[in-house]
Design a protein around this ligand. Structure first.
Ligand SMILES: [Zn+2]
Length: 412
């Protein structure tokens, strides 16, 4: 049994994508930006070969009928932490301080599998939170086929201003959830992390300096500008954690690509972000999960933090800020990534807006030109769900079929 499983794993991902073309025949196709009834999609050699109403398939093509289903580009998770697991079971401090890297990586193998099976074929994983550069090895193991998981855009350790982050301990120095750097050493840290494998540079632009405080800016404008320039010189995007309007303003003016969270953003800040084309990853699901861990039963009126997150999200949409779909999954269970999509819908984004954000939108915001849409030439990363998610967004949780690089990894 074990050997069979191992062989199946190798066959799934190690070997080149099946040479036999595959014709997928769902009821409808979301191409990343619009829905089309009666389309078929032809896949060969790991790529989409054709998509449209009357696709000519070779006689030997394998035909897969996806009755009652909608085919979409594989979802792109905009903000994950595969090395974390939900805080209600194990507090974040304990994960960082008391779990060995081997244990965290072993669990992350399961997280990666759950993510892929939920239809998320790419994740932007924004920091290992104390697990060093374990994401570099996990990404490699996935790419080589030893582990089933999504394609990973990784940040390695992420970077915080000295003293600003956590865990806190008043008696002695304890390991931190990210690398500490500032001043000239900040640019050095950016470069070191890129050299170690970071595809994206993650900076914490604000944080609560002591437990119980509100967030305050950490890096100065000059520091953020220098760090972003160093990352961009290396062809890497920059993601900045920021909740305060001031840290968001500094990050946007520094030219960073995406601001994470943004819960205290005001109209002027979002107008600036829209002008600078700085995207927002609202992570509504993280706040939702934490409120539930604290006892919220999900009934309205929601706690003040949740209402503030929703209001900021609506202000950002109104201002025309590019919106990512990313929930900070890891705070809640991997595989439940679609929670963010549902919360974006509940907070007022159209179903089409949510589906675009999770596919073509995230691909565009993250500079991933090879995925996110169902058009010829792109990677054959695809997901099929029961029903029509444009009519009923909840359908995104009814995953029946997942293909990654032309290989079927799930078919119910
Ligand atoms: Zn995060």
């Amino acid at each position: 049994m074990k050997n069979q499983l191992f062989a199946a794993l190798l066959a799934t991902a190690c070997l080149p994508a099946a040479a036999t073309p595959t014709l997928l025949m769902p009821d409808r196709v979301w191409d990343g930006e619009a829905m089309h009834s009666g389309w078929q999609v032809l896949v060969a050699n790991g790529r989409i070969v054709a998509a449209g109403p009357n696709v000519d398939a070779p006689a030997d093509a394998q035909r897969i009928t996806l009755a009652g289903q909608t085919l979409l580009p594989g979802f792109i998770e905009g903000h994950s932490h595969l090395l974390l697991h939900p805080y209600d079971k194990t507090p974040w401090d304990d994960q960082v301080l008391k779990e060995s890297e081997a244990y965290r990586v072993a669990r992350a193998v399961g997280h990666a599998r759950a993510t892929l099976m939920a239809g998320f074929t790419t994740v932007r994983d924004l920091g290992t939170e104390g697990a060093g550069t374990a994401d570099v090895g996990l990404k490699r193991a996935i790419n080589e086929g030893w582990v089933l998981g999504p394609r990973m855009i990784i940040a390695t350790k992420a970077i915080v201003a000295p003293g600003s982050y956590a865990p806190k301990n008043d008696a002695w120095a304890v390991p931190q959830g990210a690398e500490e750097a500032d001043g000239p050493s900040l640019v050095s840290a950016v470069r070191r992390q890129i050299g170690a494998g970071a595809d994206v540079v993650k900076l914490y632009g604000d944080y609560r300096w002591r437990p119980g405080e509100g967030s305050r800016p950490t890096f100065s404008q000059a520091e953020l500008t220098a760090a972003a320039a160093a990352a961009h010189d290396a062809g890497r995007q920059v993601a900045v954690h920021a909740n305060t309007a001031e840290a968001m303003r500094r990050a946007s003016n520094a030219g960073v690509d995406v601001i994470e969270h943004g819960g205290e953003g005001d109209a002027a800040t979002f107008a600036l972000m829209a002008r600078n084309k700085t995207a927002l990853c609202p992570t509504l699901a993280a706040g939702d999960a934490i409120a539930r861990y604290r006892g919220w039963n999900g009934q309205e009126p929601a706690p003040a933090d949740i209402q503030q997150d929703r209001a900021a999200f609506r202000l950002a949409m109104k201002a025309g800020v590019p919106i990512c779909m990313g929930g900070d999954v890891g705070v809640y269970a991997h595989g439940e990534n679609a929670r963010e999509m549902l919360l974006m819908g509940q907070a007022g984004m159209s179903n089409a807006g949510v589906l675009t954000a999770a596919t073509a939108g995230n691909a565009r915001h993250f500079g991933l030109a090879d995925r996110g849409r169902v058009i010829a030439g792109l990677l054959a990363d695809l997901v099929a769900v029961s029903g029509d998610p444009l009519a009923n967004l909840k359908a995104v949780t009814a995953v029946r079929f997942v293909m990654k690089g032309g290989e079927v990894v799930r078919r119910d």
